[in-house]
Design a protein around this ligand. Sequence first.
Ligand SMILES: NC(=O)c1ccc[n+]([C@@H]2O[C@H](COP(=O)([O-])OP(=O)(O)OC[C@H]3O[C@@H](n4cnc5c(N)ncnc54)[C@H](OP(=O)(O)O)[C@@H]3O)[C@@H](O)[C@H]2O)c1
Length: 324
Amino acid sequence: MNALMCHAFGPISRLRLESAPDPVPGPGQVVVRVRACSLNFPDALIVQGLYQVKPALPFSPGAEFAGVVEIVGEGVRHPRVGDAVVAFAGHGGLAERCVVDAVRLLPLPAGMDFAQGAAFLLTYGTALHALRGVAGVREGQTLLVLGAAGGVGLAAVEVGKALGARVLAAASSAARLELAQRHGADAGIDYSTQDLRRRVLELTDGRGADVVLDPVGGSYAESALRATAWRGSYLVVGFAAGEIPRLPLNLVLLQERRVLGVYWGEALQRDPQAHLRDVEQLVTWFSEGRLRPPVTERVGLDGALDALQRMAARQVMGKVVVEV
Ligand SMILES: NC(=O)c1ccc[n+]([C@@H]2O[C@H](COP(=O)([O-])OP(=O)(O)OC[C@H]3O[C@@H](n4cnc5c(N)ncnc54)[C@H](OP(=O)(O)O)[C@@H]3O)[C@@H](O)[C@H]2O)c1
């Protein structure tokens, strides 16, 4: 089969599209014929050896994908050969076939095509876990989302609206803010030209945002924490800007703010029941038209390397989907 392979942790440019052996399922595993694999920022980190999980070499990146079950291993009752599924496998999706534990698969939700299915679980799962599970967002609260035109950011905009929040989107260009507003954001802040804290205070009558979801970090983190309301929550989701920020704790003390970590991949293993409840909620919202996976670009497997490089260089919006 064809696969985009990583033979050594290092620059993304070293990935190679090449012929790799077809995978064979072990007990409890299935082989999925991949139809679509979306790109997530962790895919770019994992091949560089910068992610908390380091797969055995060589491997294909591609954490989440959708496809059709081709072979089932010993002891697998669900799914069956021919079933359309979505998977969060961690890696392996940028290939024609991927072997994955059956428990990591879900049926492709009704009304969802393979591209949307590949762009669903990770970002919306992270957003709902962060906003409902970790921060307990309530109707009427104000939510500030950084990187609001990125994968996790756009999902957080839609999930925030579905939870009844007023959503302020922050991003680095007018085009990005327009995309976030098309996905439901109530107002936009261009943090490349505007003072983030000042704009949030202006938009909230001086109160600040009740909840801040930050997948970007870097130099925006301190302004975002300063824009968090009295007893508000600042969610640490990721560091797409590259730099892991250090925050002065007096900012936490003075406003009784809460700084909360979010680690979806670990949380779903520790509490699979909560994860299933989240997935059911997300599928319901999708069927009601409240979630619209933002597939902004489709490329083939031969375009995946270039797209991963553009994602790492802040040059994509929404979700890039690799159709295999
Ligand atoms: N904690 C968890 O459970 C969890 C789960 C999934 C993902 N994550 C993390 O969340 C972050 C976002 O992931 P994603 O898949 O949503 O990524 P993405 O689609 O690439 O979005 C990231 C956003 O970050 C902003 N950004 C600022 N500086 C950047 C830079 N130097 N390079 C790239 N982007 C930059 C960009 O928006 P602007 O240009 O508008 O600033 C971009 O849209 C990543 O750090 C990822 O590892 C965490």
